[in-house]
Write a protein that binds this ligand. Structure first.
Ligand SMILES: Cc1cc2nc3c(=O)[nH]c(=O)nc-3n(C[C@H](O)[C@H](O)[C@H](O)COP(=O)(O)O)c2cc1C
Length: 133
């Protein structure tokens, strides 16, 4: 199993009335597709940025990432980490959502700012799991 995290810039204005409809559409497809693929994770949004963590078999996660990268609702996807895991951090969620709140934003910045093999990175992942749990 692998866990990966990427960061991207939303192309949907979060001040617009369609923003939450767009998020709902993304989450709805994610719940259906990820459950089928046994992929778990979280989508966090703060200040125009997405961070998503995906967990599952590499043969499922990597093709899904390619689909997501091509999605025109965001741009500038930057992979922050991709590493083997034996235990899922988001095992209870086909796709959890952490939006807007200051803790999600803080944790997103932490994730972006530290090495994925560091204790700080692992702490940030656990923090995000607590945000949604
Ligand atoms: C930030 C972001 C995150 C996404 N995450 C997922 C995801 O976890 N799972 C998923 O199936 N689609 C996700 N999508 C949507 C995909 O890009 C794509 O639209 C969708 O998988 C198509 O599903 P369908 O072929 O069932 O219609 C995401 C899109 C964006 C913009």
């Amino acid at each position: 199993m692998i866990q990966l995290a990427y960061r991207s810039t939303s192309l949907v204005d979060d001040g617009s009335s369609t923003f939450f409809i767009t998020i709902a559409e993304i989450i709805e497809r994610s719940l259906i597709n990820n459950a089928r693929l046994n992929i778990t994770g979280v989508l966090a949004f703060s200040s125009g940025q997405f961070v998503q963590i995906l967990e599952g078999a590499p043969s499922d996660v990597d093709p899904l990432l390619a689909t997501i990268i091509a999605d025109r609702r965001h741009s500038g996807v930057r992979l922050m980490s991709r590493h083997p895991i034996s235990v899922r951090s988001f095992g209870s969620w086909s796709m959890a959502f952490a939006g807007g709140g200051s803790s999600a934003g803080t944790i997103m910045n932490l994730l972006a700012g530290c090495d994925s093999s560091s204790d700080a990175y692992r702490g940030a992942i656990h923090g995000l799991a607590r945000c949604v749990g």
